[in-house]
Write a protein that binds this ligand. Sequence first.
Ligand code: PEP
Ligand code: MN
Length: 336
Amino acid sequence: MLIVMQSSATNDEIEKVTEYIKQRGFDAHISKGEDHTVIGAVGRKVIDKRDIELLNGVKEVIRITSPYKLASRVFKNEDTIIEIKDVKIGGGHIGMIAGPCSVESYDQVDATAEKLKRYGVKILRGGAFKPRTSPYAFQGLGEEGLKILREVANKYDMLVTSEVMEVSQIPMFLKYVDILQVGARNMQNFNLLKSLGEIRKPVLLKRGLSATIEELLMSAEYLLAGGNREIILCERGIRTFEHMTRNTLDISAIPVIQKLSHLPIVVDPSHATGLRDKVAPMSKAAVAAGCDGLIIEVHNSPDTALCDGAQSLYPEQFEELFIELKQLAKVIKKTF
Ligand code: PEP
Ligand code: MN
């Protein structure tokens, strides 16, 4: 249920309404918009909306029919902009995240990051804990990998994102990364989502392999319900009958999500296609469709990569692509 306050409502009136719903067993989430404040009342209790409508400063009470509430545009009309230091993602700012699939060694991350920094990338990616289909495949360097990422990122004044796979790893991740990534395979790991809702650091939530857009928004709702407002959604391709590409990139998810939700939506063309030569065209398509960011795999030596080499760009390929993407962004009045 959403309580829309009058634009003239005082802080005291907002506080009284908040107290009123809390006393009746609801959680209150406040969204201060440009025009008016909206209070999201989330809970399982039954309440007569007419009682709330009678309170001072209340304009109207809306029952939200969609199963996600805090993630919806009805709760918050303005785009959510994730701001970390001088980086912005959302609301006309396109974020660029790039780096290797996995952290393999200090030298590998350093060699890749040095180039990415020169090309203007501000957020470095790299998996330290890898969710691999085969138990015999490279599983990542673990905490050592996170240390390497942090060290290299500090050297080049970059931010870092890496995938957290389970609840017990969260305190460790908070020491090293700026954005915690939830992988496609964990999109509905509800214990992980609940715990990440309690932290106050941005979370990049990837769409599950076979998840609908509504299910993705429901997973975001778990994070928001815990009080974490800094959520970035990620379209990374879904499973279809088509096998020419690793997954099928759902480009239409971008405008669909942007209509339903205020959260930024980033696109991962690397895992979506699985093929290096498809990454550039799909990145351009995503920017043209209005995405709020891209996460692209780049490796200093893709031919010897321990993971996802075939979909990783050579640094020089990435440089060329990034130049083109910046030009494209201007056309739709956005900036990287
Ligand atoms: C990744 O980004 O490293 C990754 C494993 O992606 P996904 O969870 O989308 O498969
Ligand atoms: Mn990968």
